[in-house]
Write a protein that binds this ligand. Structure first.
Ligand code: ZN
Length: 186
């Protein structure tokens, strides 16, 4: 397959798989039961192919995996992010292997037991592998949780050197405005 095709290759780069993890955490860890349609929408947006019919047990194990991965995003420093990744990989990962899913996708790495293995195991191993690669690449935590209290969304660190506090310019602006208001009041 030539490079640079419009078709998104799921998890082909560490960054793409890490952003997919952050997007899935956001939809899986919202208050209330995760919505199968919304989760499938995020998977589709990241290039996963049909069939994406998620059952209640699939959603439950995806949510459990998301809760574990959230600990990596919540880690306050590189050492703790690395330790969390190591313990999740020890608990869940198999030796990495390359697959094309029978020619459906470009070659990419899996660290779960089988191509058609359970969703939860796929999410935790593919996410931890990607986040570990980013951490080793940058020698800093691969992501964080948005410091804006009403948000708290997981985000992947930009890679342009400066660690971020907020998931988006929108949250950064909201916090700046709030700080300005607080300063005016005092
Ligand atoms: Zn935010």
């Amino acid at each position: 397959m030539p490079d640079g095709t419009a078709e998104p290759a799921p998890g082909r780069t560490a960054r793409a798989a890490a952003v997919r993890a952050a997007d899935l955490l956001e939809v899986l860890l919202r208050p209330g039961e995760p919505d199968a349609g919304r989760v499938a929408e995020v998977l589709r947006a990241h290039g996963e192919r049909e069939p994406l019919e998620l059952t209640a047990p699939d959603l439950a194990e995806l949510r459990e995996a998301a809760l574990a991965i959230r600990e990596v995003f919540a880690a306050p420093d590189t050492h703790r992010a690395a330790a969390t990744l190591n313990s999740l990989l020890t608990a869940h990962a198999r030796p990495p292997r390359l697959t094309t899913h029978g020619g459906e996708h470009p070659w990419h790495l899996h660290a779960d037991a089988a191509d058609d293995g359970p969703w939860g195991r796929w999410l935790i191993t593919s996410s931890c592998l990607a986040l570990a690669v980013l951490l080793a690449d940058r020698q800093e935590p691969p992501g964080g949780l948005c410091a804006s209290a009403p948000c708290g969304r997981p985000f992947v660190t930009g890679g342009n050197g400066s660690p971020r506090k907020y998931c988006s310019p929108r949250c950064a602006t909201r916090e700046r405005v709030a700080a300005h208001r607080r300063a005016k009041r005092n």
